[in-house]
Design a protein around this ligand. Structure first.
Ligand SMILES: *Cc1c(COP(=O)(O)O)cnc(C)c1O
Length: 386
């Protein structure tokens, strides 16, 4: 670990993901406010944000983690050390024993999986089923857990089939889980819940908890926090025997830092194209998958707004490794730093070493202003993965 004075950001390795602790703290405080006011439990979904060097901080605000399999469950258990809630589209026989050891909640994606593992679970495992509430509101198919033919969660029809085919299985179940949102406000949660309650409310009396998954964009500026708290309080009042869990990932890491990169060269082919040491494909994959256009500090996202237009491309040989076209007030030169905003959630959890491109270093900007370089990567990381 290497500390870098707050006045020397130019000494940071490039590229680097820089998570700003003070921004993360703001998010955590807001989430804790919801947790306390509404009397619910909020878990960190590791899928979107699993920067373990921040867990000492996160642990003070959130109850634990939601994991999607053994590796995330281990990270939750060993590094976060709060509650561990493990769901997987399908559990693997060789991994399940360890999952039962370290998980508080285990959520199954089908009656068949519940039946397969019902004799392996332990006393301390509280079991749940993931329901597909069949309320589809996410427009991008890649991120729509309730899309047509979704494999995630049990539909009403399959639920009734399951109850029939596996008698007594419901007696093992303490909770229902759904995850149906993506970057949404509380109005959609309310709509999903209404549908969910309509179809499954008859079973609530035998349960101990409900888990409303992630996708709640609680820390976004326009999120209706008061609406969410009132809504959750309403559910708590109606079903006082049910504990309520939320498990946001994105909302924890939302706007808590940036990806810093460097211009390596500028080439010309009809337009100016800057080649960076960062890559869309390897380091900011949602810019290609979602897709969306990242903000660059001190630049316009509109390529025609300012005088100097550049296309940014990554340092891979993939033709489509393009971050986008931006404009600047002054011309760029080799060595300039380019800062992509909001590059903490769903970035370092998704990186690849495709084409041998190095992974960005991971840096925390502490609340005292100093930078702490927590992890660097190199050839070994590339080599081990192939
Ligand atoms: C992805 C996921 C989450 C977190 O979703 P965000 O959009 O990051 O809040 C929570 N629960 C489950 C089951 C998930 O798959």
């Amino acid at each position: 670990m290497k500390n870098i004075n707050e006045n020397q950001p130019q000494l940071l390795p490039s590229p680097s993901y820089v998570c700003e602790e003070s921004l993360l703290l703001n998010n955590l405080k807001l989430l804790k406010h919801v947790q306390d006011e509404a009397d619910v439990s909020i878990l960190l979904a590791l899928k979107g944000f699993s920067m373990k060097s921040t867990f000492d901080l996160c642990r003070q605000y959130l109850k634990g983690c939601c994991a999607s399999g053994l590796n995330e469950a281990l990270l939750a258990y060993e590094e976060f050390r709060g509650e561990v809630h493990t769901y997987s589209p399908a559990f693997k026989p060789n991994e399940f024993p360890k999952i039962t050891e370290i998980s508080n909640h285990i959520v199954f994606n089908s009656f068949a999986q519940l039946d397969l593992y019902r004799n392996d679970v332990k006393q301390h495992n509280s079991l749940g089923l993931r329901i597909n509430p069949e309320y589809s509101s996410v427009e991008v198919d890649l991120y729509n857990p309730c899309g047509v033919y979704s494999r995630l969660g049990i539909t009403k029809e399959e639920f009734l089939n399951g109850v029939e085919k596996y008698p007594n299985s419901l007696s093992l179940i303490s909770g229902f889980h759904f995850h149906a949102l993506c970057e949404q406000n509380f109005d959609i949660l309310e709509a999903v819940f209404t549908k969910f309650e309509e179809n499954f409310g008859q079973y609530f009396k035998n349960l101990k908890w409900l888990n409303f998954g992630g996708g709640h964009h609680i820390t976004r500026k326009d999120y209706d926090i008061i609406g969410l708290i009132e809504f959750l309080k309403g559910i708590r009042a109606k079903y006082p025997h049910l504990k309520i869990y939320l498990e946001p990932g994105e909302a924890v890491g939302w706007q808590t830092g940036y990806l810093e990169s460097t211009v390596l060269d500028i080439v010309h082919n009809g337009i100016n194209i800057a080649i960076l040491d960062a890559s869309a494909e390897c380091h900011m994959p949602d810019t290609l998958a979602m897709p969306y256009k990242a903000q660059i500090r001190d630049a316009s996202q509109d390529p025609t707004e300012k005088t100097y237009m550049y296309r940014f491309g990554g340092n891979t040989c993939l033709a489509g490794d393009i971050i986008g076209d931006y404009s600047f007030d002054a011309p760029l030169k080799v060595g300039d730093k380019i800062i992509f905003e909001d590059m903490i959630h769903y970035t370092m959890v998704k990186t690849t070493t495709f084409n041998g491109v190095n992974l960005p270093s991971i840096v925390i900007k502490r609340t005292n202003g100093n930078y702490e370089n927590v992890t660097n990567f190199g050839y070994d990381d590339f080599k081990r993965r192939i």
